[in-house]
Design a protein around this ligand. Structure first.
Ligand code: FE2
Length: 282
């Protein structure tokens, strides 16, 4: 699937942008399916009014978030509520859905498990790829929140490091509506921290290994038309800004780990034994 040039770009930069990877009709189909899923969301269900914010991290101590690894839950944008009431229609207030749609929802399952994605995973070195986490990210117009500069290994730790992000633009992502940015070659720097569960599993903590900030002046925008696949190496620093535009920026991310690596038991994302991780085979 990937050419020698693409593979050498991947090894040099730690990311790879593949325009036109997913047919536009598939993106439209997923988007419509998500709107259908949202129609059954009750924003006042017990414990569910959780705001996902990487700038204040309040969600990280919240059971709605910590128990979402093997189910499908919704999270709201910061600013979605005022005095306990939504400030806008729910489809324009949700920050993301996560984190096991690929195993629990047939539409996400078939979107995630394609021959093409499996081939790319093999090309970048996976021997026994396992689909660990899925997220549908809305980056809503006006209130879509910043995602601070981080690498995914920090949050999904295996020994040795193995996570790769498969990020698909469901809508066009531009510098105006909060596209991804990344530091070319930044994956050669090891993860600076590790986000993990505290003993007992009801809270999280961040182990800091290197407190120097990422050189954010080196970030470059990865603008992507709908249907573009962006691969992100697990130690690649990436960031996206707030969406202050009037255009949403929907994206779907799948995080894949190597089955032969050890997934540490104190990762925040946990799976019930009844729902074992699976590969790309449908
Ligand atoms: Fe990320």
């Amino acid at each position: 699937m990937l050419s020698q040039q693409q593979l050498s770009d991947w090894h040099r930069d730690g990311f790879l942008v593949l325009p036109g990877f997913v047919p536009a009709a598939q993106c439209e189909m997923l988007k419509a399916h998500v709107q259908e899923l949202l129609s059954s969301v009750d924003p006042h269900a017990d414990g569910s009014a959780t705001v996902f914010s990487t700038t204040d991290q309040a969600h990280a101590q919240d059971d709605w978030f910590l128990a979402s690894g093997d189910t499908i839950r919704w999270f709201f944008e910061d600013g979605a509520f005022s005095d306990g009431q939504l400030t806008r229609p729910l489809p324009l207030a949700v920050n993301k859905l996560g984190h096991a749609m690929h195993d629990l929802d047939p539409v996400f399952d078939s979107f995630s498990r394609t021959e093409e994605l499996a081939e790319v995973a093999g090309d970048v070195g996976f021997i026994d790829p396992k689909l660990l986490q899925s997220m549908y990210i809305f980056k809503q117009p006006g209130i879509g929140g910043e995602v601070i500069c981080h690498c995914d290994h920090t949050f999904l730790w295996t020994e040795p490091q193995s996570v790769v992000g498969f990020w698909v633009a469901i809508e066009d992502a531009t510098v105006d509506n909060g596209c991804l940015w990344a530091i070319p070659g930044g994956h050669h720097t090891p993860a600076k921290s590790r986000f993990r569960l505290e003993p007992g599993g009801t809270g999280t903590t961040n182990d800091i290994f290197d407190d120097t900030p990422y050189p954010v002046d080196d970030l470059v925008p990865l603008e992507a038309e709908a249907g573009t696949l962006v691969l992100l190496h697990g130690t690649l620093p990436h960031w996206s800004g707030p969406n202050t535009s009037e255009m949403s920026r929907h994206a779907y991310t799948l995080h894949v780990i190597e089955g032969e690596a050890e997934y540490l038991p104190d990762n925040w994302l946990r799976r019930d034994a009844q729902l074992p991780l699976r590969g790309f085979a449908l």
